[in-house]
Design a protein around this ligand. Structure first.
Ligand code: GDP
Ligand code: MG
Length: 328
């Protein structure tokens, strides 16, 4: 282990925020030359048995996630927690993103010494959200944060991925005219632990109540992902601070139930196995992409692949055979 990695690891354990930022940057780095140091850092900070709660907050863009996290985070700080927020935005990759927007929406939390906000672009690597987030989240815990909130835009697969790194998944659904339920995927509801209808204030109050009732009804037909858990549907207004106590209570109850049934430890164990698989796939993908034999053969085969004379399946089989050949 290089000296700088050892120094970062020691500072991280002492709760140093600059060290945390550096550690996350290293772990998120896609540069090949950073991989070895990132792995060394992960190993140097590996800890089991930290009592932490990982909470995912998912929902479509604009539904109110960041504003909600700001209010929830402040309430958690008041309860004595140290709160880290990882804001993952898949769109930031393409658009340059709403990362700034997220920080300004969490203005109160951003000023708190016991809180830490980290925007993370969801990088375009295989395994995307889960692989890196799992590590980033753990680094926050090593630095002494007792609650880690992961904000993720609910697009495509990403909210289901986030369920793979958290203990409790909260999904925010927009109050609407009544047909919005058709848009929500059953797969998402199946991995949701708490449903929240945000912005239940002003002109939105009646619509929020209707939407909440619709979800409560829909959830009656869905098996919750934890035995014995009844998925609550709650309303809140981050702007007015309404409904937050009930949400805090639901988060605590979810944790208490899982601890009681052993589901907490089982879920984390299963997640660690899946992260290992993701990490393995990513390592393999990198190894294949960098293999000189594979690169040469791919160059040689590419025109035959492009003009259709060589089937992609056959080309892939040939490339794999080259990758697997014993070292000379
Ligand atoms: N009326 C009302 N508006 C809200 C509330 N929470 C967020 N908003 C507004 O909704 C918009 C999107 O909020 P934001 O937190 O950035 O959503 P995100 O994209 O899901 O993170 C902003 O204009 C917020 O001011 C709320 O509790 N009540
Ligand atoms: Mg946001």
């Amino acid at each position: 282990m290089s000296d700088d990695v050892a120094a970062v690891a020691a500072a991280l354990r002492a709760g140093d925020r600059v060290a945390l930022a550096r550690a996350i940057t290293l772990v998120e780095s896609l540069r090949d030359e950073d991989r070895a140091r990132a792995t060394a850092l992960v190993e140097a900070t590996h800890t089991v048995g930290l009592a932490t709660h990982r909470i995912g907050i998912s929902g479509p863009p604009g539904v109110g996630k960041s504003t909600f996290i700001d209010a929830l985070g402040m309430a958690l700080l008041a309860a004595g927690h140290r709160v880290a927020v990882l804001a993952i935005d898949p769109s930031s990759m393409r658009t340059g993103g709403s990362i700034l927007g997220d920080k300004t929406r969490m203005a109160r939390l951003a000023r708190e010494p016991a809180a830490y906000i980290r925007p993370s672009p969801a990088q375009g690597v295989l395994g995307g959200v889960a692989a890196r987030t799992a590590e980033t989240l753990r680094l926050c815990e090593v630095a002494g944060f007792t609650i880690v909130i992961v904000e993720t835009v609910g697009v495509g697969q990403s909210e289901i991925d986030v369920a793979d790194v958290v203990d409790t998944l909260v999904v925010l659904v927009a109050a609407g005219g009544g047909d919005e339920l058709q848009g929500i995927k059953r797969g998402l509801l199946e991995c949701t632990d708490v449903v929240v209808v945000p912005k239940a204030d002003g002109a939105n109050l009646a619509a929020a109540a209707r939407t909440r009732a619709d979800y409560a009804q829909a959830l009656a037909y869905i098996q919750p992902r934890h035995e014995g858990w009844h998925v609550p549907t709650l309303e809140c207004s981050a702007l007015e601070g309404r409904g937050l106590e009930a949400i805090l209570a639901a988060l605590d109850e979810h944790r208490a139930l899982l601890e009681q049934t052993g589901g907490w430890a089982r879920q984390r164990a299963a997640q660690r196995l899946r992260w290992t698989n993701t990490a393995l796939h990513e390592a393999l993908r990198r190894a294949v992409a960098q293999d000189p034999g594979v690169r040469t053969l791919l160059r040689d085969l590419s025109s035959a692949i492009e003009d259709g004379t060589l089937a992609p399946e056959s080309a892939a089989a040939q490339l794999l055979a080259v990758f697997r050949r014993p070292a000379p």
